[in-house]
Design a protein around this ligand. Structure first.
Ligand code: PEP
Ligand code: MN
Length: 271
């Protein structure tokens, strides 16, 4: 199985949405101190309710400039072929030093657009990595279908990663009151079938800071290859997903749990 970096379990962390240059610089500094070198910062934000939608196109040069300078890799969500094209064009402009991780989220599973954007990514410079999350609703055939569409577009499996963010709870049982229901065993089945790394997004499964720890603890019984985690420099004023973004200190605890150096303790749950 190929790896995005040389750690046993890769950690991608950063704010749900990129909010400002100052925030980005602060996050990079703290994340590097916690040993994280792939920095999440979404430019286009799909919203459940109307609100802040992100920096969009204007954030691309900022993200590349600040990450290249500090020797970290940016990771951002794209939704359309136009977003894909803008990222690829910017990478060409910045040259060899530009690396990017992009992903398609759970909410845009239109296969025509997925095929179009995957084709553009497949013609990108080599140092672009592509993650795709499962769709919102429970359906393993559909999730596998996303993989098939991406591969059929020509994107190489050696740079492709699947991410589980749970399935919408709908009307079913949800005793832990999670934002989305994780299906860990299904992830392992998918990993086996797709033969690509399988990451977990505990932030969008949990929906609340304290629950992120419990979700990660449960996931450690399964062979996930990496984690995509939301972290904010000032959790009380986050513009998006305010309940689930972690502090840098909490991320440090979580990293130690993921690396088997610490178990879940009550003090880690303090929101
Ligand atoms: C996100 O990663 O911020 C996001 C919108 O997640 P999802 O696509 O899983 O809903
Ligand atoms: Mn989010």
């Amino acid at each position: 199985m190929w790896k995005l970096d040389d750690s046993k379990k890769t950690i991608i962390a950063g704010p749900c949405a990129l909010e400002s240059k100052k925030q980005l610089v602060t996050c990079i500094k703290h994340l590097k101190e916690e040993g994280v070198k792939i920095v999440r910062a979404s430019l286009w934000k799909p919203r459940t309710n109307p609100g802040w939608e992100g920096w969009g196109f204007y954030g691309i040069p900022m993200l590349l400039d600040e990450t290249i300078k500090r020797n970290v890799v940016p990771a951002t969500e794209i939704m359309t072929a136009i977003h894909a094209q803008m990222i690829v064009d910017a990478m060409r402009h910045f040259g060899k030093k530009a690396k990017f991780v992009v992903w398609v989220g759970a909410r845009n599973q239109n296969h025509f657009e997925l095929r179009r954007l995957s084709k553009i990514l497949s013609e990108s410079p080599d140092n672009l990595y592509f993650m795709f999350k499962n769709q919102v609703w429970y359906d393993k055939k559909h999730w596998y279908g996303l993989f098939e569409h991406i591969i059929a577009s020509g994107f190489p499996p050696e740079r492709l990663i699947a991410v589980h963010r749970g399935f919408n709870p709908g009307y079913g049982e949800n005793p832990e009151q999670l934002r989305n229901i994780p299906e860990y065993a299904l992830c392992m089945e998918m990993k086996e079938k797709m033969k690509i790394p399988m990451y977990l997004d505990p932030s969008h499964i949990a929906g609340a800071r304290d629950k992120v720890f419990r979700v990660v603890e449960q996931s450690l019984h399964y062979d996930f290859d990496g984690y995509l985690i939301e972290v904010h420099d000032n959790i009380s004023v986050a513009k998006t997903d305010i309940n689930q973004q972690l502090t840098f200190e909490q991320l440090g605890h979580l990293r130690d749990m993921i690396n088997g150096k610490r178990t879940l303790e009550k003090d880690q749950l303090a929101a």
